[in-house]
Ligand binder design. Structure first.
Ligand code: SF4
Length: 356
């Protein structure tokens, strides 16, 4: 079992220190044994880009910054197809996944910024309740209420022992602080779930384990918990009454992919078989990359064996002219067909919310 992440460096901006939640974060950070905690005079994080690309990456991945989220971050944004809205408790992640989707969406050295103004960040749950186009008012998912995705720009469980932000969000939503028709969802590649089990979650948070075939997880997901540990955590959460889910991502047609993903689904089914009142959903995301994410990832992981070959992919353009490289139509169809059947056979009754 990997140890929880202990950052080598913690930076705390002056504005972050004034926030009530900062004291709880600092208590946790000190309890984790961090020795280098720097209280900054101002609010700028400087010197992050000094040195070689390797040095910048290594230092950034070993650094946690407590900062104040600006107003642009505290305003919830739509996040289809997962949820109505995105709420960011933090930006960045200490793990080292060689396909990390953050590479295409976050600029600059990959430090982890945790937001100290938690009240501002969570306030969006109240202001946006009853609005949204993914679950709110829909026939398929309206029973989830207005939904808020917490893991768009971070893995919230991977840093929870240092922030406590996820527990606070779960507790507030679970006790109706923002009304009775809202729910949270997060996905994680970590397993330290025990502190969440005792919370008054009110079954209003869905924890999903982000899982993959063994070959993908062991080769490309550095610094995360092994898949069996993630599944054990998912089981504990389900037994504690949480709604749960699988984020199977990013799916790759690696050698023997049918057997590999079958083994994964068998392990999931075995792990959850006897859980009473199980509420399990499935999300499946195939691997894709953009020119920008490829460049960033090759800078971070120059020796990666991750396939990012444009010539073996199909280019998909969005309405803004951006391009992403996805698997060709035949590969996608074969995988989708297989997953649909395999999920139905192994996890009957668990809806696939989307395939992308
Ligand atoms: Fe990126 Fe998620 Fe891996 Fe963190 S756990 S490095 S956010 S893919």
């Amino acid at each position: 079992m990997p140890r929880p992440w202990v950052p080598s460096h913690v930076l705390v901006t002056a504005a972050a220190r004034e926030q009530p939640h900062a004291a709880e974060m600092l208590r946790r950070i000190e309890a984790a044994g961090v020795e280098d905690i720097r209280l900054l005079e101002g609010n700028r994080l400087t010197g992050l880009a000094d040195g070689s690309e390797r040095e910048v990456y290594a230092r950034a991945k070993a650094t946690l910054a407590l900062v104040v989220a600006p107003p642009s971050v505290t305003k919830p944004q739509p996040i289809p197809p997962s949820a109505d809205w995105r709420i960011d408790l933090a930006r960045g992640c200490p793990a080292h996944c060689q396909y990390c989707y953050l590479a295409g969406s976050l600029a600059g050295p990959p430090i982890t910024r945790a937001y100290a103004n938690l009240d501002d960040v969570l306030a969006g749950i109240g202001t946006h309740a009853g609005r949204g186009a993914v679950t709110s008012g829909t026939a398929a998912r309206g029973h989830e209420g207005t939904t808020y995705e917490l893991s768009c720009y971070t893995d919230p469980l991977g840093i929870e022992h240092l922030t406590g932000s996820l527990a606070e969000a779960v507790r507030r939503v679970g006790t109706g602080h923002y009304g009775d028709d809202v729910s949270l969802r997060f996905t994680t590649k970590f397993g330290a779930v025990d502190d969440l089990l005792v919370l008054p979650h009110g079954r209003r948070t869905r924890m999903r384990a982000s899982v993959n075939a063994e070959e993908v997880a062991s080769r490309f997901e550095g610094g995360t918990a092994p898949v069996p540990e993630r599944l054990a955590a998912l089981r504990r959460a389900a037994l504690a009454g949480y709604r749960v889910g699988l984020t199977i991502a990013p799916v790759m047609p690696v050698e023997g992919w049918r057997d590999q993903y079958a083994a994964l689904l068998d392990a999931v089914a075995g792990s959850l078989a006897d859980v009473p009142d199980l509420d399990l959903t499935i999300e499946v995301i195939t691997h894709r990359f953009t020119p920008g994410s490829k460049e960033t990832l090759l800078g971070w992981y120059p020796r990666t064996r991750l396939e990012m070959d444009e010539t073996s992919r199909t280019a998909k353009r969005n309405k803004f002219g951006g391009v992403k490289h996805v698997y060709p139509r035949e590969t996608m169809a074969a995988m989708r067909h297989w997953f649909t059947d395999a999920l139905e056979a192994r996890l009957p009754g668990a809806p696939m919310l989307y395939w992308t």
